[in-house]
Design a protein around this ligand. Structure first.
Ligand code: HEM
Length: 152
């Protein structure tokens, strides 16, 4: 944040392109999010009986969703420390639209995993990897269920 602020106020020329890290994070998140949507819709079709494969698919979806959240936090941190190239040359309205699209995508890709996580926790089927971690710390709530027996 301080670096971006300093760069923005130091009169430094805007970079001509995104950093390699920003480009890599962009494409990794894009591919994983598209796969996550497809997986999320597909997993709901898995029959509840016999138990096992549906729970495994849900658990994978939840874990990948949390990885997306972590990648988005990383992106946000990186974005704050490294200036993005300006959109000079484009009409002002296109620059505003591009900026709004960018911000909307950030908000959505943080809100979606957070909503999924909260939904899981409050539905009584917490995220399995997190539940195991908490159990290992000896902090598990009595009565909390894993998704081993997912049957929603
Ligand atoms: C960017 C990240 C995510 C995307 C794009 C995503 C996408 C989806 C989609 C498309 C569905 C199917 C919805 C439907 O047709 O009703 C779904 C369902 C679900 N997702 Fe996610 N998800 C994400 C993150 C998460 C996370 C982090 C969790 C939990 C930790 C989670 C838990 C669930 C659960 C439990 C369902 C099934 C809901 C039901 O039973 O109707 N998702 N998700």
């Amino acid at each position: 944040m301080r670096a971006a602020f300093a760069a923005a106020h130091s009169g430094q020329a805007s970079p001509l392109s995104y950093t390699r890290v920003a480009i890599a994070l962009h494409w990794i998140v894009a591919v994983v999010v598209i796969a996550q949507f497809a997986w999320g819709w597909w997993m709901l079709e898995i029959p509840k009986q016999p138990p096992g494969s549906r729970a495994a698919a849900f658990n994978l979806h939840k874990s990948v969703g949390l990885v997306i959240l972590a990648l988005m936090v990383l992106r946000l941190g990186w974005q704050m420390r490294h200036r993005a190239p300006t959109l000079g040359g484009l009409p002002a309205w296109q620059q505003v639209l591009a900026r709004c699209t960018h911000v909307t995508l950030y908000v959505a890709l943080i809100a979606m995993p957070v909503a999924g996580y909260l939904g899981s926790v409050f539905s009584g089927y917490p995220v399995e990897v997190v539940r195991r971690y908490i159990a290992r710390l000896g902090m598990e709530r009595s009565g909390a269920q894993g998704t081993d027996e997912w049957d929603s």
